[in-house]
Design a protein around this ligand. Structure first.
Ligand code: TTP
Ligand code: MG
Length: 246
């Protein structure tokens, strides 16, 4: 029972990460004040066993910047985020996070609770912020279609949402958390391009709600790359290039 509880706690922590500095394993990630919200110096990481997944990683994300991470399937983009969260075994190097981080995983995760509680996630209800988040995350039309609006029970025991709806709820939860740092793992993969553009313009991009916050965006959508401050290219577990779109 205890083992099971520990297991499920770990998976909830993994999936719904809103990190305070106390929650980070200091052996993997330091939380010193820095001009960079996120940094990895000479990092080498493994998921266990012989295989080294990430090699010679150097990454620095200035506070307030929007940084994209691109690379093909299996290249190590999700692993890179996991390394920043202290979830990979670090064989070498240093990782530092300065600020509270919210993580939107590649597989959006929904609690068995109302749609509203899935967004508040224990934080007090702030009507203005909540409504702003609903609109920015393009959830207004979904609320109108659900039988009980935002009081509708969703998750395994309630109404099953589409992949795109789940992604938007997970995004809304992160935005509502008002963190300093946002780690987005391909958050627009399940929404159509029109909705994706709405979310980019209203949440992630320079005109969005997260203006001034630090954002790391794993994406396959090249259309947004001209609008980010810096791009990192990951190939086979290594950063092969970084710089602006130009
Ligand atoms: P990922 O980091 O998952 O690669 P990716 O995120 O770039 O791929 P995608 O575009 O499909 O999202 O995988 C890199 C390697 O790390 C791969 O060999 C699988 C392994 N891995 C694990 O062993 N455990 C994990 O939890 C993850 C995320 C990856
Ligand atoms: Mg991935």
């Amino acid at each position: 029972m205890i083992a099971y509880m520990a297991q499920s706690w770990v998976s909830i922590k993994r999936i719904n990460k809103f990190l305070n500095s106390e929650e980070i394993d200091p052996n993997n990630v330091t939380t010193h004040p820095s001009e960079y919200a996120l940094s990895i110096s000479n990092g080498t990481f493994t998921w266990g066993g012989e295989h080294v997944t990430l090699k010679n990683i150097n990454l620095k994300v200035k506070k307030g910047n929007l940084t994209a991470v691109v690379g093909s399937v299996g290249s190590g983009k999700t692993s890179l985020i996991s390394a920043l969260l202290g979830e990979m075994e670090k064989l070498n190097g240093e990782v530092n996070i300065d600020g509270r981080a919210a993580y939107v995983p590649q597989q959006a995760w929904i609690q068995n609770a109302t749609l509203m509680d899935n967004i508040l996630f224990g934080k007090a209800f702030d009507k203005q912020l909540y409504n702003q988040v609903i609109d920015a995350c393009a959830l207004r039309a979904d609320l109108a279609m659900l039988p009980g609006g935002d009081q509708t029970e969703i998750g395994e025991k309630g109404i099953n949402l589409s992949g795109g709806q789940k992604q938007r709820v997970a995004l809304a939860r992160a935005v509502y958390s008002e963190s300093d740092i946002y780690l987005f793992d391909d958050p627009l993969s399940a929404v159509d391009s029109h909705v994706g553009k709405h979310i980019f313009d209203n949440v992630i991009g320079e005109t969005g709600m997260l203006k001034g916050k630090t954002k790391l965006l794993v994406t396959h959508a090249v259309v947004y790359l001209p609008k980010v401050d810096e791009i990192y290219v990951v190939i086979n577990g290594e950063i092969t290039e970084s710089g602006s779109y130009k």
